[in-house]
Structure formats: structure tokens, C-alpha cells
Design a protein around this ligand. Sequence first.
Ligand code: AMP
Ligand code: ZN
Length: 473
Amino acid sequence: MTPLVLHNTLTRAKEEFAPADGHHVKMYCCGPTVYNYAHIGNLRTYVFEDILHRALKWHGWGLTHVMNITDVGHMTSDADAGEDKMAKAAARENRSPWEIARFYEDAFFRDCARLNIIRPDVAPRATEHVPQMIALIQRLEREGFTYRTAEGIYFDTAKDADYGKLAGLNLGAQKEGAREDVNTDPGKRHPADFILWFTNKPTHIMQWESPWGTGYPGWHIECSAMSMEYLGETLDIHGGGIDHIPVHNTNEIAQSECATGHIFARFWVHGAFLTLASGAVTGRTAAGKMSKSAENFLTVQKLIDDSFDPLAYRYLCLTAHYRSELAFSYDSLGGATKALGKIYELRARVGESGDGLSDAEYAALRHAIGEAINDDLNIPKAVGILHQANSYRLWREFDPILGLDIEARSRAELPAPGTEALPAEVAALARQRDAARQARDYARSDALRAQIEDMGYTVGDSPAGTVVKKKLL
Ligand code: AMP
Ligand code: ZN
């Protein structure tokens, strides 16, 4: 197989990837801040990370994929000012921040399941790792990288000669206030400095004891502390959306590398944004970047309510390269629906192997598709070749990477959402269980069985896959 090449934001170049130990990939991706539903823009980033997850497994490597759940400390401004997003949502919905966090975390994983996003191996919550964050801040303090103000403990970017290397930032040239700095703390020495621990938020509901007084952690420290907890001090891959490059990921690197003295992540991969094409969602949203704070966002549930198959959205994501912007519109989702329908009909039209391809032609196409995937996950190219080949066998062969449930949906074992008697959520879990069994991931298939059973269904196996029936009481 050709080697896997990934674009590394750190070196601004495509590089051959292999895990440092040759066998097992340690991957960390920034997870959701659980203060609202994920919008389909956020989910584009998780679909991209899911494709990467699947491609790594396809290469035969072991993988531990960790994704944090941010349930404290993410302020409404990147400059540590404004309100904590969790506290703001709690006030808005008249619930405790803890209730908000659990509710939207569940909603997030439900949406991911509907999009066939494989659940990361570990999804640690920030609120359950505060001691690890305190220990890391103490380590930075001992090494002389912090200072204290009335607001909290800051990371001192002037002490880090490498600060900004991910984004190519030049602090010397960065004038005071050049970056939107709405943090008015007079003790803050440089606009790029950031809070590790807040100590002056007496009304904040989520508070912990610390060596610096009662308070709560900053957002950036959680990713450094939790990735180290589960994956050690050097990651093979760190993923996220491009918006995180200049501040959040930059600060993760600064904290981690200053504390440990060695490289935090060998490869940094970043997904480009989903945008709204003008007129995409008539009368509902303005064109431009989809963002939660602007409250102009579309959810997976909204797509389902509008009679779209969530996998059509997943398919749409596969039609753009992950480093290119993708403009969303209902028209493009309609096009994706049609294209996906054609793939699902292929088996009925040409049969299991009636694609007319000789062994040599099949092997050549297989190779070309593999090369496209290995070329920085050029999935649009792979999908293009698959469409041209018009071969059910090939689609099925590459579905463990695409995650479109080709086999089950082609056999009409899993009807499209909306037409089944089963709730969409249960059907999605059954689809995931089929995929897990196909990948011989029996631990996961057992976990999914337990999850489906807990929801009041029996789970059986047939040659055609998972058979789910409502439990008779
Ligand atoms: P958040 O919950 O705001 O921390 O964002 C979760 C993830 O979604 C992060 O990796 C962001 O980079 C990513 N993200 C935010 N907005 C978009 C968008 N419009 N398109 C793609 N990814 C996004
Ligand atoms: Zn992060």
C-alpha cells in the first residue's frame, strides 16, 4: 500500500505519516463545548476526524482516539473575557451547568451516531480532570512560565521562545491590542498571554479548590492535561478545526511543550469550515460562517425534520476535501441525497459483482482509490473514481472508510430514516453495530447491543445483519 500522507499544519507541508512506535497511533482531537447542540459545521470537522480515524485503522495500525468534552472554562471570547459558555447557557435555560453539560453531551453523541461517526475510544470530561490540570499548572509554575494577577494564573508567552510556531505568529510584531483583546485585566502583560486558572469569579457555579484559591480552569489547559493523561506527553496526531490554530491549539502547544520539554504533537491536522451559501436556508439565516454564537446554525435534527437522511449530509462532506471550505445549501444536500440513492441502488441494478470489471481492472481501480485516500485523504477523488467505476463491490470494499452503510442500505435492511418503524436513533445504533461487526470490533458491537437493549429493544443477528425489535413487556 502507498504510505499515508497528511498535511501537517506545523510544517505547512504534506508528510508521510506513521505512528512514532510503528504500531499504535495516539490521536487527540478537540471536542465539543457542550453548551448547545452541535451545528452541522462542527459536525463537518468530526466527520473529517472520523474519516481519518477509519483510514488509520485501514492501514492496520492500532489507534487510541481521545476527544475531550469541554464542560467548563470556555469563555465567550478567546481572550479569556466574557462569560463562561456553560454558565451563560445555564442562565438561558434555567438549568444548572451540570445539567446543561450532560444534556448537550448526549445530544452530541446522538448526532454523531446518526452520521456514523465512530465514538472516540475515550471522551474525558474537563470537570472530571481538574486535579490533572492543577498538577500541570503547578509544573509550569515551577518551571517559571506563569505569573499571577488579581484575575488568576496566566501563562507568560514571553518566556516561550517558540510561542506561535503553529500559526506562524510573531509576538514581537504583534502590537498591543492588535488581537481583539477585550480582557481588561490590568495585570495582564501581553495580549497573547492566557489564563490557566481563574481565581476571581465568585459567582461562577463550577468552582474547585486549588493552590491559588477557589476557581476553575481555563479552556486550553484541559486539552493539554487530558491528552497527557490518556496518551502520554507526545501525540502522533492532534486534530481540530482551523479556527483553533491561532489561539487554542497554539496555547495547547505552549503549555505542553514548556511543561514537558518535548514536542506535544508530531502531526497537526485541521479541517476547513462549513459555510452557508447565500440563500442556502431561505429566510432563516444569513450567509457566511456557520457559528453557534451567531445563532444561525443548522442541526442534524433540523435536517431530519426537513426529511433528509443524515448520511446524505455525511456524503456531502465527503465531496469536498477536508482542507477546502464547503458551502452548504439545501440544493447541495438534495444533490447529495440523489447521489447517495444511486449508490444504494447499485447492487439492485448491477448485482454483487456485475460491474463487468476484469480482475486487473478491479485491482487498478482499487489501487487508484487507495492512492487518493492516502494522498492527504483525497476522499472527493476516491468518490469520483468509485462513481465512474459503477461497481457495488468497490463501494462495499471502501465503505469501512466512507461510513455510508453501503451494504445494509443496498439490501434495504436498514430503511432510510423516517420510513422505519424504529426510532432513527435505534436504527442508527443498529447500523453502527453492523459496521462494528463487519470490522470485527466485537467489543464495540457488544457495547452497542447493550446500548440498544437499554433503550427497550431486543437485538438479534441474521445473515443480513442486526435485527432489532421492540421488547414485549
Ligand atoms: P466548539 O464546540 O465551538 O469548540 O467547536 C467544535 C469543533 O467544531 C471545533 O473543532 C471547531 O474548530 C469546529 N467548528 C466550528 N465551527 C465550524 C464550522 N463552521 N465548520 C467546520 N468546523 C467548525
Ligand atoms: Zn483542544
